[in-house]
Every structure is written in C-alpha cells, then in structure tokens.
Design a protein around this ligand. Structure first.
Ligand code: NAG
Length: 563
C-alpha cells in the first residue's frame, strides 16, 4: 500500500525518540533508529469495499501522528469511530489500524488497554501479523519490563504461523540491555542465530550502550571490534554511544582516537558527534578545547546546529569572550529564527548572571531590530536583569502592560525581588495581579516565596493559609515550601501554627513521612539552641505530631496522594 502503511509498519517497530528535556538540544537519539524493512504479507482476509478502505487509510493517516504526539485519547477516539463504520459494513478494522492503535497505547505505557485491544483484535477475527507481536514485545520489554511476557509473545507468534524477525529480537535485546540484563541479551543473540536470523547494527548497539552504562567501556570497544569482524560494522549511532560514554568519563584522549578511527575507516564525522564532544568539554570547563573542536567542525565543512551554537556561546561566555559571542550572534540570523532566539537567550542569560544588564538590553534591542521575536525565556532573562539592576518599577510596568506572555517564572522573579527589597506591599500586589488579573496559577516556587515573605512580615496565619491553599491546588507536597514555612514558624515560636500545618497535611491525605518530622525538629532545635526557653515547645509539638493514633511512614513511601 502507499505511504501510510509503510510508515505505520516502520513506526510499529521503531523506537520513537523521546522528546529531549532540554530545548537547546538536538542530540541524536542514542537508540538505533534504522528502519526495519518488512516484507508485505498478503492479507488472508476478505478485502473491505473501496470506500471503507479509503476511510481506513485516512483514519490511519490521522492516528499515526496523533499517537506520535502522545495524544492517545484522540487515537482511541478515532479508532472507535472507525469501528462504528466498519462494523456497520460487517467487517472489522484492518490489522494496520489495530497496529497503529496498539502502538500508540504501548508508547504511552497503557499496558492494560493495549492488551485488551490485542485480545479484541483476535476476537474480531483479525489476524495479527509480525508487527502486532513486535509491538507487544516492545510493551513487555521496554515499558513494563515483564520479560517473561515478552518471550511468551515470541512463542505465540509461531502459533499464529509467524516467525520472529530481526526487529522482534532487537526489540527484546534493547529492553534487556536497558534493564541491565546484558548476559540475557547475549543469550537472545545466540537464540536468534539458531533461528537463522542475522543480528544487525541495531541489535548490537543496545548492548554497546548497556556496557557503556555500566562503565564497562573496554567491553563496549571490544564489541565494536567484533561487529566489524562479524560483517556488521558499527554506524554513527554506535560510535556516538561510545563517544558519549568516554566523554562522561572525561577520557578525551580516547575520544580523539575514536574520532580518528572513524575517519580512517572511511566513515564521515557528523555534527551530532562533535556536539557530544564539545558539550562534554564545555561542561568540564575546557572551553578552549571545545572552541578548537568548533573550528575543526567548520573546517570539515559541517554545519553547526542550534545546539552547537548554544554550546559554543556558553563556552565563549564562560571564558568572558563576550564580544566573540556577540559576533557569532550577529551571524546567527542565517539560522532559523527559532534557533536564533535560543542562541540569544544563552548569551543574555550569562550576561545577566554577570550583572551586565546594559549588555542584555543591547542584545534585546538587537533581536528586535532583526525581527527575531523574543520568547518568554528571553523576557524572563530581561526582567531578571532589570531586577538585578534595581529597576523594579520598569519591570513591573512591562508586566502590567501585558506586552508579552509572562509566565509563573516572570512573576516569581518580581515577587521575590520585591520581598528582597523589603517592599512586601508591592510583592503582595504582584501576587494578587498574577492570580486574579493575569490568571496564572502559582507554582511551588511562588508559594515558597510568598510563605517566606509573609513569615518575615510576621503574618503567620496568612502564611499558613497559603500553605493550605498550595495543598489544595497542587498535588505534590513541596519540601522547599514546607521547610520555608516551618522555619518561619519555628523562628517565632508559632507552635500552634505548626500543629495546624501537620493536621492539614494529614487531612489532605498526604503521607506523613519521617523526613518532614526530622526537618521540623531540626528547625525548632536550631531556634532552641540559641534560645533555650523555646525548647519547652518541643515535647508539645512532638506529642501533636507523633502522639496516639498518628501514623508515620518511612520517606520512600512517596509523598503525595497523586503523582
Ligand atoms: C502488518 O500488516 C500491516 C498492514 O497490512 C503492514 O503494513 C505491515 O507491514 C505488516 N507487518 C509485517 C511484519 O508483515
């Protein structure tokens, strides 16, 4: 069939890279992403009428990207719509659509639903194919680490007249390696050879990664040598895994060796590889060396990515070579605007940390001149600079004019600065504006700043109320927030408030763990050490916290009623 089925087939067995946590990172996924070529298998089922086929194709085209974007509920919804149409035509949905749904559920870790979709598929008389089973293997090997169930699927394939393929085995090997079961992974390799299935690069690479993760870099290197001999040479992904591990250990001389080896073997070095290396050098404080690699990269005619730029700009800022950084920024307009914003933010944030707010302002002006639209992070850096420069009224005006999308971080910066300056009234106003006018929900940091500020003003009941509100609004019991409040209360001998706090924690169903009590007693004792008279409160408090009918749990039981 056309693009959709090919994409779904590839998608069905491929590891989808997880979104990176850093918005500046373009790191390649360290897992193998080689497409697995699968033979087209003629469907043993009757073909549905053309109109329905078209509907299915459309539905699958819509489900695939939704699943990839993690909008699983939508995928489920579309599928049930499709079910309605197909069942009125008297045929079940195709295996392709089932696989797409199955994969979306598996990627989201919704194991129970995935299983029931698979069972539903069997019940509807739709024959699963190897891709369906590969998805289940992925579920059990990657998501739930129920390896015996993964093996069960592979055995079940035979009962359905199917043979496990290299994708099946590689998926299992990857899962085992992630769980640190390298010996077992080798066993699977033997097994697949017995089955006449040749391992491929993406079967070996997870094992290389497994060794690296366990710090067995020598083993990893040996395996790479073995891959060459076995006629399955390592690819860029394999090398990047090794280079990343060497970088983490700061074994830079060996990195150089590997880079040379890659080139003598006739492989091309990529920007991704350089990024890994330069990032590590930068993080280890070797900015000069990183900059040298940047030159090497450019000499090779490779194009820097947004991530390269952010590494290099950081290195330049660290070595106080701001003018060079700014000159790179000037050239960065060749990149797309999105990359340019990140690059500007990198330099502005460093300048802000150094207290060089006029330079921050200049860069902001430069961005605007170049029609690069600042994002919220840019503006937060700018607001922070203004606060450092003691220009709070300007910062406040900017926020009140609502000229840009402020978020909780923006308000936190301002509220904190007002408190630092002793302008509690302004801070309280800012909080009111944030929650009532701008309609931005306070986060843990906001509550912590407020509670600390209120305690300093002696408004203990209000601070306690804020804490209660945070428990009602947020699912997590924040340790920072609790510590700020308890310190404030203990400092002024507000034992009744402390008891209220603990009652509330209990009332809201949070687990009362040791850690909390330890910290409280510590706060009180710190006060008591200086002022012996206050020690009398301790037994009273302990009675209230730990007395009859009170349960205390070890910390590891978790800290909230939800997640
Ligand atoms: C499973 O069936 C779908 C739909 O026909 C097809 O796209 C896919 O390639 C098949 N997978 C295998 C391994 O045959």
């Amino acid at each position: 069939m056309g693009y959709s089925s090919a994409a779904a087939a590839a998608f069905a067995v491929l590891p989808v890279p997880s979104p990176s946590s850093s918005d500046d990172s373009d790191d390649a996924n360290t897992l193998p992403t080689n497409p697995i070529v699968e033979p087209e298998v003629a469907s043993p089922h009757q073909t549905p009428p053309p109109k329905l086929q078209q509907l299915e194709r459309g539905c699958n085209l819509a489900m695939t990207p939704l699943g990839r974007a993690g909008d699983v509920d939508q995928v489920v919804h579309l599928f049930s719509d499709l079910m309605l149409s197909t069942s009125s035509a008297g045929v079940p949905p195709s295996v392709l659509c089932y696989n797409t749904l199955l994969n979306a559920l598996v990627e989201a870790g919704r194991a129970v639903e995935a299983r029931s979709v698979f069972d539903g598929m069997l019940a509807a008389g739709v024959a699963p194919n190897a891709s369906s089973f590969n998805i289940l293997v992925k579920l059990y090997a990657w998501r739930t680490a129920d390896f015996h169930l993964a093996y069960d699927q592979i055995h079940a394939m035979r009962r359905h007249g199917l043979l496990p393929d290299v994708g099946t085995f590689s998926t299992l090997v990857t899962g085992l390696c992630r769980a640190g079961k390298l010996d077992e992974a080798w066993g699977v390799l033997d097994w697949m050879l017995q089955e006449g299935c040749r391992p491929m690069v993406h079967t070996y690479t997870p094992i290389v990664q497994g060794y690296c993760r366990q710090g067995q870099i020598e083993e990893a290197t040996n395996l790479i040598g073995f891959m060459e001999e076995a006629g399955c040479p390592p690819n860029a992904v394999t090398y990047n895994v090794l280079i990343r591990a060497l970088c983490d250990d700061a074994r830079f001389a060996e990195v150089e060796q590997v880079l040379a080896e890659i080139e003598t073997k006739g492989h091309e070095l990529s920007t991704v590889t350089y990024n890994i290396y330069m990032d590590a050098l930068g993080k280890k404080g070797m900015a000069k060396e990183a900059l040298k690699q940047f030159e090497a990269l450019q000499c090779k005619g490779l194009h820097p990515t947004a991530f390269t730029l952010s590494i290099i700009l950081n290195c330049l800022c660290c070595t106080s070579r701001f003018s060079q950084a700014i000159s790179i920024l000037e050239r960065s307009t060749d990149l797309n605007f999105c990359a340019a914003v990140v690059a500007y933010n990198t330099v502005m944030s460093r300048l802000c940390d150094m207290g060089r707010w006029p330079a921050v302002l200049e860069l902001l002006a430069d961005m605007i001149k170049k029609c690069i639209v600042p994002n919220t992070r840019t503006l937060n850096i700018f607001i922070h600079s203004l606060c450092i420069a003691d220009k709070l009224s300007v910062a406040k005006k900017l926020v009140y004019n609502q000229g840009f999308p402020a978020n909780a971080v923006t308000y936190n910066t301002l509220i904190h600065s007002f408190y630092l300056r002793g302008e509690a009234y302004e801070a309280d106003n800012m909080f009111a504006y944030m929650t009532e006018v701008a309609n931005i929900a306070p986060d843990e940091v906001t509550y912590t700043i407020m509670v600390d500020g209120l305690c300093r003003q002696g408004k203990f009941d209000k601070a306690t109320d804020f804490f209660k509100e945070s428990l009602r609004n947020r699912l997590r019991l924040s340790k920072d927030l609790l510590t700020a409040l308890l310190n404030g209360l203990a400092r002024s001998d507000r034992n009744t408030n402390i008891l209220v706090v603990f009652q509330e924690i209990e009332r809201q169903g949070f687990v009362r763990c040791y850690l909390i009590f330890g910290d409280t007693v510590r706060s009180i004792c710190q006060v008591g050490f200086r002022q012996h008279t206050k020690m009398y409160g301790l037994p009273f408090l302990l009675e209230g916290m730990l007395g009859p009918g009170k349960e205390v749990y070890p910390a590891h039981k978790g800290q909230g009623k939800g997640k």
